[in-house]
Design a protein around this ligand. Structure first.
Ligand code: BG6
Length: 488
């Protein structure tokens, strides 16, 4: 499969230019701001996707040592390290003129409030984008302080990062704290996986092609796998990881969100209202997880990582079986797996199809039939691929079956001129006020309900070797099927 040809060079519609905006970045000296947000905003500026008039007001506690004088040099350094493109004077000069830094902390926000008011007046911008790139325990006090200091106006949008609470009760408490200051329409709960090109391609593949959507149900699909192994360990993130673990870091967030995309009914429109409510209906139909069908693993050596407790029981790998009790999916297991320090990094969704009536080939190709599952494989890690292995007749005088495949690769099929990294796409959506790829409060709360039995009764923790596919019971979980990844 090859796409019709390279896309024409981009001529951006006016609707893609956001209204003038003041961006207020809390936690601007932290990891997320350095790796994703500042480089992302710079890339958007280079791509001509920032508003005509904007200001970026960075903030962090005074103890960070940052001040107005050192801020531009700090940002320049961050861009040199983490940016996707070389710094160019043409982009950097105007970008750097829009940077300000003001120290703040929850009990001391007046200077920041004043700077934000000045920035808004200077560029005549009503819109504000307030990004909380701060640790989760800082969310609630910060939100309260932002409200009190009147940094939040009716035209402000608030962006928060997962984890949205650590269980149902704390997620509800967080939503209450948010709603005291912001309406639901102003809140952008970000899950960066939904900003990935290939993840959105799930919707394109399903709903723009009769072939795939026709087979996307219990009649034809025997199992679904959503698999996100990572080779990286928790290097340098012990504090966060010890408090979070793989289940909350990845499963209740990214994997469940992907499941929502894979399993949803066709939305009426491609807009926030339709997409969010269709995805939420999947979550409502999810059966609360059965702890007996969940595997927790911890890689050997985890307890020796700096900052990790010597007797830590935090899981670094999770594999589980989920069920969606609705007419489309009843009886089809969804297998989810993710882990650190595994054999390879991937982001793969696999649909395994039911056996076709192929017994007439039994005698001629027994071996191949046993070995070759009928699958549709979506490789969603950038740049993304679709792979459909199938059996075909080998040319020759006998009816011999051989493995063949249909392959589509983003990199080979499209010009990447319009490509945005996940955070870039989502930052741009927020500036446009488009909530299509974000999550509402009730969807998040529902996911914690689904997760609750495992949190109340976590499975025993099993060790696994670094560089492996996890403990043996991860394989046993999917029997009589096999994981698509690692099955070689
Ligand atoms: C983050 C998790 O949200 O996603 C990390 O906290 C994980 O633990 C990361 O490694 C993976 O995202 P990406 O985009 O790098 O694949």
């Amino acid at each position: 499969m090859t796409a019709a040809g390279p896309a024409a060079s981009p001529k951006l519609p006016v609707a893609l230019t956001p209204d003038p905006t003041v961006l207020v970045l809390f936690g601007v000296t932290g990891d997320l701001a350095r790796r994703k947000l500042l480089p992302g905003l710079y890339h958007l500026a280079a791509a001509g996707l920032m508003p005509k008039r904007y200001q970026i007001v960075g903030t962090a506690p005074a103890e960070s040592g940052m001040d107005q004088e050192s801020f531009a040099a700090y940002v320049q350094d961050v861009l040199a390290h983490f940016g996707r493109r070389e710094l160019s004077n043409r982009v950097w000069q105007p970008f750097s003129r829009r940077l300000r830094f003001v120290p703040s902390q929850p009990e001391k926000m007046q200077d920041l409030a004043q700077a934000v008011t000045e920035a808004s007046a200077e560029i005549k911008a009503a819109n504000r984008l307030i990004y909380l790139a701060v640790p989760p325990d800082a969310f609630s006090p910060m939100i309260k302080a932002i409200g009190k200091a009147k940094i939040a106006t009716a035209a402000s949008r608030l962006v928060i990062e997962k984890p949205f609470g650590h269980d149902l009760a704390s997620a509800r408490a967080l939503n209450r704290a948010l709603h005291r200051v912001f309406s639901e329409a102003q809140i952008y709960r970000i899950d960066h996986f939904l900003g990935k090109e290939a993840v959105q391609n799930i919707l394109a593949i399903r709903f723009a092609n009769g072939l795939f959507e026709a087979a996307w149900n219990r009649e034809h699909v025997a199992y679904v796998q959503i698999d996100i192994p990572e080779t990286l360990t928790i290097e340098g993130r012990a504090g966060f990881y010890e408090a979070t673990g793989a289940f909350r870091d990845m499963v209740v967030t990214h994997l469940f969100q992907l499941l929502g995309f894979v399993a949803m009914e066709p939305p009426d429109h491609f807009d926030a209202l339709s997409l969010q409510s269709t995805k939420r209906r999947v979550f409502l139909a999810m059966r609360p997880l059965d702890p007996a069908r969940v595997v927790y693993g911890q890689y050997r050596g985890y307890r020796k990582e700096p900052g990790v407790a010597k007797d830590s029981t935090v899981e670094t790998l999770v594999a589980l079986e989920a069920w969606i009790d609705n007419p489309r999916w009843r009886g089809v297991p969804f297998y989810l797996r993710t882990g650190k320090a595994m054999a390879r990094s991937a982001l793969t969704v696999t649909l395994g199809f039911r056996d076709p009536p192929r017994h007439m080939f039994d005698r001629v190709a027994q071996q191949k039939l046993g070995e070759s599952p009928n699958e549709l494989v979506l490789e969603l890690a950038d740049p993304g691929q679709v792979h459909i292995p199938f059996l075909a007749k080998e040319p020759g005088p006998t009816m011999t079956l051989a493995e063949a495949a249909l392959n589509f690769s983003y990199a080979d099929s499209f010009q990447a001129a319009n490509e945005l990294e996940a955070y870039e796409r989502l930052l741009h959506d927020i500036m446009l006020g488009d909530q299509t790829l974000f999550n509402g409060a009730s969807a998040i709360e529902r996911l914690w309900q689904v997760a609750a039995p495992v949190q109340a009764n976590p499975p025993a923790l099993l060790p696994y070797a670094q560089g492996s596919w996890g403990p043996k019971s991860v394989q046993q979980l999917v029997e009589p099927h096999r994981w698509h990844l690692g099955d070689d």
